[in-house]
Write a protein that binds this ligand. Sequence first.
Ligand code: 5GP
Length: 302
Amino acid sequence: MTAAEGMPEVDRAAASRAAVVARRARAAVKEDVRAGRRSALDVAESAWREPDGVEGGMRVRDLLTTLKGLGPTRTLAVLERLGIAPVKRLGGLGHRQRAALREWLKQRSAVAGHGRLVVLAGPTAVGKGTVSAFIREHFPEVLLSVSATTRRPRPGEQDGVHYYFVDDAQFDAMVAGGEFLEWAVVHNLSRYGTPRTPVADALASGRSVLLEIDLDGARQVRRAMPEATLVFLLPPSWEELVRRLVGRGTESPEEQARRLETARVELAAQDEFDVLVVNDDVRRAAEEVVDLLAVPGAPSRA
Ligand code: 5GP
């Protein structure tokens, strides 16, 4: 056999040996992730630092299926949502795909490991605002997400504290930029949305997050982040809900009628929620919610 004939075969043999070594190395990485010795995010970051390395050669699909609770079907659904084809390898992802996967992994690991995401929904005027204000005051370690809205500020409401008050064009731009974790039209009137980044950052740093949003938004969060706990705040009775709604006196009669109708529809959705909390006493209801947020040392029931 001449050298010229022999070389390609040697190359082929070497290549196949290298492929076996690489496959074994990738299997070891997967095993590390499965055993909790390495985070999936760490694997992805290594792949992006060195796309030709072991991690760079891993299929995204294989990395995701090592995560708890992610079977093949859910993995494909996640990949589709992130805009990543199932055959893609970590090292071959584009800039946007990397950003999307990074954020998804951050949120997931945070929810699984430390910070919890709790969504508080319920009918209009049930007292979601009062319960979340109580939590804001007594449990500052919880991040209360500040939504953007196109509705006008009410007296006493501060931009950046109660809401980010934006106009339609600004809201459109935020939607187009993918800045919202969820957004919805509430009471057929104004748009409200949860900015994605503060939630992801808080969860990634181990801080628990509370979203006080409407039913439509809660459903979107459930789809985007199945680990979130969905809480439905109930009034002690329908009569009490009507009394609270009318008693508030900040809305016109037309607006009140609209909100009552929304409340009827929303009450009917309580079965979709993980936890029902009756708001007969603000402190007790707030503490039930805080329990779900797993804040260290909280709540103080003294
Ligand atoms: P209000 O105008 O009284 O402050 O709020 C009206 C409704 O909008 C409440 O039911 C509140 O939970 C909901 N809401 C506030 N922020 C958001 C948000 O970011 N997303 C969604 N989907 N609903 C929100």
